[in-house]
Design a protein around this ligand. Structure first.
Ligand code: FCB
Length: 486
């Protein structure tokens, strides 16, 4: 479960690119599972505020934890930051036109909390809200459904100064903020995601120190996870009470945790990784309880989840859609290279084992089969709530030609294989209703800065010129074909 968990600075070594050309070619001539996706399947792209907007000090926006973190020496590759990013704040209509040209029906974006409620409490900032107001109108004017994510990691710095997500009060601040945004956009936006990937906010931000705010304390990470879930539940209740018919949910990042071998130690390591990465979010959301094995693992580390009476009922408030972000698989081992199952301090060995699989430029394993397995398993273990793939995509070392065009066959292969994986999961019964590519644009990839490019549209950061890559053309054509538009 270590999305973004590798060191932000790379040593320049690269694993082989993830093109499974043989597999792609061998399936030509046979029916493509992608063509079994129904005409009503939802197609989109996703972005997030801090990664694309820039304009960090305009129209009353105050700093977020990412503004602060980016200016900590060594925290982000090359000292990169989101001050300008893709300058989307000033180029929004042009970017919406790109989405329209791709023929997409939905655009998933996030709202920057410190833009619309500077400092994280108190009244709305009308100038900040006006940006999202214009964005929503621009989308609707072009027949594109807006899908709002309320929190994609840009916590107002003032709330971090007051304790951040490990502080229970932040959950209440989030619910207030959610209601404020809903009050402004809820008449036009019908689909709302509370949080994007609480695992990343909690664990990368507070336990492992790799994301803002850069704390390294497992107890703080677990407290953050619980308060994020609580904030989700409180916001869900507030938005429901506000009355309009809405489609409401949360987005989780999930990597499949395979045991490296069939040994009991490896199986236990995979169980623990799945517990701390996936089930610690899924079980309270869907079953109203934390998994016992995870509670026991944490207790062995001296950590307790700070649950208070009534929290789990709030957290398990019914949702309408589960957003699934999937990028890679992982294999786990409970045995170190010397064959020992215990560290010197007596704790069980827990390590990720490198498999001989193709990888992306993030060094993430390309395992589309695991995506199918994951979706089928979610459908089996957490039934009754439709899923939408709210993010899936890949970074590769793009090589633009003189005109800025990128013939990104590796990304086309990745997206093709993963869409097939989604279609296969549907054939096996998983209720998946849509797919959003991450991302519309190359953008600020957190601790990796601008080095890693996930866009289907290239951004030249010197000129801010946008050039659709081959993957963008492929995506548009695939959607047309599935919809039977040609
Ligand atoms: C996800 C994040 C998204 C982006 C992709 C590559 O974990 O939600 O912002 O960084 O990874």
């Amino acid at each position: 479960m270590d999305t973004h968990l590798t060191s932000p600075t790379t040593d320049g070594s690269r694993s082989p690119r993830g093109v499974r050309r043989a597999e792609l070619e061998s399936s030509q001539g046979q029916a493509d599972p992608i063509d079994t996706l129904p005409p009503a399947f939802r197609w989109g792209v996703a972005t997030s505020s801090y990664q694309i907007e820039g304009a960090v000090a305009e129209d009353g926006r105050t700093p977020s934890i990412w503004d602060t973190f980016c200016h900590v020496p060594g925290a982000v590759a090359n000292g990169d930051h989101g001050d300008v990013a893709c300058d989307h704040y000033h180029r929004m209509p042009q970017d919406v036109a790109l989405i329209a040209d791709l023929g997409l029906d939905t655009y998933r974006f996030s709202v920057a909390w410190p833009r619309v409620q500077p400092g994280g409490r108190g009244p709305a900032n009308p100038a900040g809200l006006a940006f999202y107001d214009r964005l929503v109108d621009e989308l609707l004017g072009r027949g594109i459904d807006p899908w709002v994510t309320l929190y994609h990691w840009d916590l107002p710095q003032e709330l971090e100064d007051a304790g951040g997500w490990p502080n229970r009060d932040t959950a209440h601040r989030f619910a207030d903020y959610a209601e404020l945004v809903f009050g402004a956009l809820g008449d036009r936006v019908k689909t709302w995601t509370t949080l994007n990937e609480p695992w990343c906010s909690a664990m990368l931000g507070y336990a492992y120190g790799l994301h803002a705010p850069g704390r390294r304390d497992l107890g703080a990470g677990i407290a953050a996870a619980h308060h994020l879930l609580l904030g989700h539940g409180l916001a869900t209740q507030r938005l429901r009470a506000a009355g309009s018919p809405i489609e409401l949910g949360i987005t989780l990042n999930m990597a499949t945790a395979d045991p490296a071998t069939d040994s009991p130690a490896d199986r236990d390591a995979a169980r623990a990784a799945d517990g701390l990465g996936n089930r610690i979010y899924l079980d309270p959301l869907f079953h109203g309880r934390y998994p016992e094995d995870v509670v026991a693992d944490l207790a062995a580390e001296g950590v307790r989840i700070p649950v208070e009476d009534g929290d789990l009922a709030v957290i398990s408030s019914p949702i309408d859609v589960l957003g699934v972000n999937y990028y890679f698989g992982q294999a786990h081992s409970g045995v170190d290279e010397q064959g020992r199952e215990r560290e010197d301090d007596g704790r069980p060995v827990r390590r990720v084992v490198r498999r001989d699989l193709p990888r992306t430029a993030m060094d993430w394993e390309i395992v589309p089969e695991s995506f199918t397995e994951l979706l089928v398993r979610l459908h089996r273990d957490y039934p009754g709530v439709p899923m939408v793939i709210t993010e899936n995509g890949a970074a590769f070392d793009d090589k633009p030609d003189a005109d800025g065009f990128v013939a990104d066959d590796d990304r086309v292969a990745y997206l093709t294989e993963h869409l097939r994986a989604v279609a296969r999961a549907r054939q096996a019964g998983a209720d998946v209703r849509g797919y959003f590519a991450w991302s519309l644009l190359d953008n600020f990839e957190w601790a990796y800065g601008y080095d890693k490019r996930f866009g289907i549209v290239r951004v030249d950061y010197d000129t801010q010129r946008r050039t659709p890559k081959r993957s963008a053309h492929w995506y548009r054509d695939t959607i047309r074909r599935v919809r039977g538009e040609r």
